[in-house]
Design a protein around this ligand. Structure first.
Ligand code: 5GP
Ligand code: ZN
Length: 112
């Protein structure tokens, strides 16, 4: 059995509120939102974190740019925060590459 929660969401084994998906990313609502809008951009490929990427993953990051543009455009979001945690000490709780997108009420008080 696959242990990774996000891999299980990607296969449909676990439910999620899916906003958008394409060949590289699935975009879901965070189960514990920290702002009015709190989306997770989950890589379809299982990588533990940003630290697992190399220069060969540039196309994956390039596709993230267009996926974020598509989703923010669809939702009419023009002001937002993007965050990816690397490692437990930084707050990473799920070891599967993902970005947080936070927007709307509550977003402005989340400061690094
Ligand atoms: P991290 O702490 O690894 O940067 O982010 C993991 C995020 O996943 C957290 O914000 C947490 O609320 C969210 N999360 C954890 N389990 C689930 C789940 O089963 N479904 C959804 N939609 N989000 C989850
Ligand atoms: Zn995974």
């Amino acid at each position: 059995m696959i242990e990774c929660i996000f891999c299980r969401i990607l296969t449909g084994e676990l439910p999620a509120q899916v906003y958008y998906q394409d060949e590289s990313w699935m975009v879901i609502a965070d189960i514990n939102p920290q702002a009015e809008v709190h989306l997770l951009f989950i890589s379809r490929v299982h990588k533990a974190s940003f630290a697992d990427l190399s220069v060969h993953d540039a196309p994956l990051l390039g596709s993230l740019i267009s996926t974020i543009g598509k989703v923010t455009g669809d939702l009419g979001i023009t002001s937002y925060k993007l965050l990816t945690n690397v490692g437990e000490e930084a707050g990473q709780t799920i070891s599967h590459l993902h970005w947080h997108l936070l927007a709307g009420k509550g977003c402005e008080i989340l400061r690094p």
